[in-house]
Design a protein around this ligand. Structure first.
Ligand code: SAM
Length: 287
């Protein structure tokens, strides 16, 4: 869990009611501004932007990423909740005559994501990492194909570890590839946060392992399968599949009966779940 240091505890939250009407409590703003040019360059390289791309930046701050992004992309939508940062950014945009940057003073949690294809590049406020991911990776983010995010190192490790019992993360991984690209020392930010950071890349799979409309049902399936982590796959799945179905689906997935449910890999989850949708009557599906 991300802990604030003494400096951070004294820092502000922003009254989000001032910037938009939706009902969210102000979050801790986490204003740790990136100042290391190599790290900025690395994030840009990972984003692999083209002149036709639209980039969403979450928490633009004073624009250390915003202006380099605008040089590479067709359009940058820079969302920033803080009024003083937003004003500063607007005046910089006017000074530099950057016609492809649009500054939106808004809380990202209530900001409407673009409906047309976009990439996210952002040094996000760590205190709202989960709400940001829920938004980007959920239905509203259906047009997002890639994200390059600065996050807390611990969070990046959690999101990218091979085995997970977190069923929502498993669900996201049916659609996206998560990769910890680089660990970034706290000294690359001013003021430095109390923890190291990492660049996390999230790329939409060319072909998802499960149908998009079945995400919620997949979470129920994975929760059922993982309810006893030491159980063998054969025992865990026998409440769903008949004996002949089970034999076939384990063969198709490349799983042995005695493997534990913790050993099921991402693609194998997809095979098992899709077989359930196809061959098992709905009344036997985990709710
Ligand atoms: C870690 S700083 C990054 C600033 C800048 N991008 C940089 O790298 O220097 C996070 C930024 O997110 C902004 N922020 C915090 N909460 C926000 C929210 N709910 N919606 C939009 N921006 C937010 C902060 O004001 C801050 O500028």
């Amino acid at each position: 869990m991300y802990k604030r240091n003494k400096h951070e505890r004294m820092k502000k939250t922003v009254k989000t009611t001032k910037v938009n009407s939706a009902k969210v409590k102000p979050n801790f703003t986490g204003q740790h501004l990136l100042h290391n040019p190599k790290t900025v360059k690395r994030m840009l390289e990972l984003a692999r932007l083209k002149k036709s791309d639209t980039v969403l930046e979450i928490g633009a701050g004073k624009g250390v990423l915003t202006f380099p992004l605008a040089e590479q992309a067709g359009k940058v939508i820079a969302v920033e909740v803080d009024e003083s940062f937003s004003k500063l950014l607007r005046s910089k945009v006017a000074d530099k005559a950057c016609s492809n940057i649009s500054i939106k003073q808004a809380d990202i949690r209530t900001f409407r994501l673009p409906a047309t294809p976009f990439t996210v590049v952002a040094n996000i406020p760590y205190s709202i990492t989960t709400p940001i991911l829920e938004k980007l990776l959920g239905a509203e983010g259906r047009s997002m194909h890639r994200a390059v995010l600065m996050v807390e190192k611990g969070a990046a490790k959690r999101f990218t570890q091979a085995a997970t019992m977190d069923t929502r993360l498993l669900m996201w991984k049916m659609f996206f590839i998560f990769k910890l690209e680089s660990v970034i020392p706290r000294t690359h930010f001013a003021p430095p946060p109390s923890v190291d950071s990492a660049i996390l890349s999230i790329k939409r799979r060319d072909s998802a392992y499960i149908p998009a409309q079945e995400a919620r049902r997949f979470v129920a399936f994975a929760t059922y399968v993982l309810s006893v982590p030491q159980l063998s796959v054969a025992l865990a799945l026998k409440g769903i599949f008949t004996a002949p179905q089970l034999k076939k689906v384990l063969l198709d997935a490349g799983l042995h009966r005695e493997q534990t449910v913790q050993e099921i890999e991402l693609e194998q989850y997809g095979t098992l779940f899709n077989a359930m949708l196809k061959h098992v009557p709905a009344f036997r599906w985990p709710k």
